[in-house]
Design a protein around this ligand. Sequence first.
Ligand code: ATP
Ligand code: MG
Length: 571
Amino acid sequence: MTAPQESSPAAPEEARRADFIRERVRADREAGKHGGAVLTRFPPEPNGYLHIGHAKSICLNFGLAREVGGRCNLRFDDTNPSTEDEEYVHSIQADVRWLGFEWDALYYASDYFAQLYAWAEELVTKGQAYVCDLGGEELREGRGAGKNSPYRERGAAENLELLRRMRAGEFADGARTLRAKIDMAAPNMNLRDPVMYRILRAPHHRTGNTWCLYPTYDWAHGESDALEGITHSICTLEFENHRPLYEWFLRAIGVAQQPQQIEFARLNLTYTVLSKRKLLRLVKEGRVSGWDDPRMPTLSGLRRRGYTPEALRLFCERIGVAKFNSTVDMVQLENALRDDLNKRAPRVMVVLNPLRVVIENYPAGEVEWLEAVNNPEDPAAGTRKVPFGRELFIEREDFRSEAPKNYWRLKPGQEVRLRYGYYVTCTGFELDAATGEPVLVRVRYDPATRGGDSPDKRKVKGTLHWVSAAHALEADVRLCEHLFRTAHPEDVPAGVDFLDNLNPDSLRVLTGCKLEPSLATATAEQRYQFERHGYFCLDARDSRPEHLLFQRAVALRDTWAKLEHKEGAPK
Ligand code: ATP
Ligand code: MG
């Protein structure tokens, strides 16, 4: 998928894409299936932080329920204690709420361990499950070859006794499994006597040491759905092949009203990876500063980066839901944020690479408070006063001691507009003796152009932002680039680690940036547009009142290069 050139504004609720899942759910409802009820669930495994891929699933499950007046549960799929942790349970709940959704009920697959076990005994009694003594490797090989396990024909009584002894902790981890007795010749591998229980001695974050048997995903998931009365069990495409097994288990336990599993394509994004396992490696190996590193595609990372829940929901709405796998361009995510913040982020002036300017004919010590527009897209946002004085900072990039004809910013003899300020003309400059870099620019201002307009309609093509030197706040500013330097970092030849594709320049910190004083009241929740630079917010974790740190969420669509060649830069 490629990004639209100009993204459209948010679609209103009723104009939502009529995707195949929504159509199906609406049709089921109208046909009176499940008594006309719609109950979905979002079932994360608490083995990592949620990422933008999960946001797609959350928006779909919670959004759908909301649209049709149904309900949506949050259910932790906590069937593998060796990788799960309470920390993730907390972060997942916080992230779902931050994204703007609230569950109707909160459950854990572990709530159902006793019921699942009781059903397993039933299946054993009915001859639909058996205890298998094959080790992991033999079991896998047997399934691959479609060969019956030598333990497949054990009698029900022996199976029941062995299962109870497994439950009682008489056997070592991995020594035995309980398998569903389905069809070892099935073309669908999932139906070749899949494992229902494995022996694992690992303390569970909720059930402690009560169990040394843990159910597999396949055995727990549909049954949990059934216990909650889920009507539509929406999952990603890799589970399409599991659907016959999902349905087999539900038939085996005799559920009156079967939940319907529906699959959709998972989200893939360029320049990043969306797998908790891979993201965990980045965290564990210290490649990033944590799950909420602003370069991470996790919801906590995106939030810290400056993304808003509105932008993420808008993104999910725009990419829609389909039945085929594809990779979405990261630009689409960035555009959703730009479109959201363009409407509501207050504008401020910040100089990232300061160069000092002295206005020779402006009285020393005088200060004027000039009126600046907070958001040209939103008149209701009003105006604010910014201080102006004899000494200012402008961007280094906005001055050249020698420049071509079509350079409209400051150069000797050229007049430019200081936004909301005055017209100034460059009269001279000073260079650093050692480096030859400009260290000071001299200008003269025209007092008749106060506010940035000239009464004689004199044209200037360059408009610069600036900050008063006497009033400037100082801050560090963190600029992030893509975490990976290739669009598809997971596409690596055998034997090559995807981490080799990490972008070594993904994080850069500018120091000594100059901020207009209104930013003294900035909070981590408030997003700003730094004029001509992009959207920024205070870093929630690392900023200190005595040492401010801002984080760039996304650059503007307009680049410096574009500005330079554009006739008549925006006023
Ligand atoms: P990961 O590979 O990142 O660990 P997962 O599928 O194992 O993902 P779960 O915690 O099991 O993670 O996922 C919870 C729900 O989110 C599931 O219904 C899953 O299908 C969905 N989901 C996970 N990743 C994506 C994705 N990239 N796009 C859409 N939905 C996703
Ligand atoms: Mg998983």
